[in-house]
Write a protein that binds this ligand. Structure first.
Ligand code: PNS
Length: 166
């Protein structure tokens, strides 16, 4: 039977670190559904449709990936999509406590749902959507950290020019 994993997150916006986890996840799972869910602890810069569009453009060359969004509990979505696992990326130790708490809560809510953690590539250990947005807000060069379409959209949001523009 084909194995599907849900890769949930805010993806506000998608970064090269997320794409790295998706590619690693595809070595284990037959299909990954990348799902935008609400994180009540975060204010978002991009709307859900904008984030979906950025994910679609950034992942268009990767097979066996689907993009979706959901407004409820993650474990309900996992069951709805008949997935066998939640995929999450782990960067530095600082991620551990939050991820551990979330995985145990999800297990408490639904015993059959497993969470699989993959270590992100070393290049992406110190990057996150939040820190990238902060750098971009003040015109910092975030070129190597996000797909080109994300860089362009961040430049538009924050009103600065990308390389090659007048
Ligand atoms: O990229 P993020 O912000 O770290 O992702 C967190 C996210 C969106 C996966 C998490 O907040 C989530 O699962 N939200 C949906 C509601 C839910 O099921 N929460 C977990 C159990 S309380």
């Amino acid at each position: 039977m084909k194995k599907t994993a849900i890769y949930p997150g805010s993806f506000d916006p998608v970064t090269n670190g997320h794409i790295d986890i998706i590619q690693r996840g595809l070595c284990i799972f037959d299909r990954i559904i990348v799902t935008i869910l609400e994180n009540p602890g975060k204010d978002s810069l991009f709307t859900v449709p904008e984030r979906m569009e950025l994910l679609a453009e950034s992942l268009k060359r990767i097979e066996n990936v689907e993009i979706d969004s959901y407004g409820g509990l993650l474990v309900d979505y996992v069951k709805k999509r008949k997935a066998c696992a939640i995929l999450r990326g782990m960067r530095a130790v600082s991620d551990f406590e939050y991820e551990f708490q979330m995985a145990l809560m999800n297990r408490r809510l639904e015993r059959s749902v497993q969470t699989v953690f993959l270590m992100t590539g070393l290049r992406w250990i110190f990057t996150s959507s939040s820190i990238i947005k902060e750098a971009a807000r003040y015109g910092g060069n975030i070129e190597s950290m996000v797909p080109p379409v994300v860089r362009k959209r961040l430049a538009e949001k924050f009103g600065f020019k990308t390389v090659g523009e007048q």
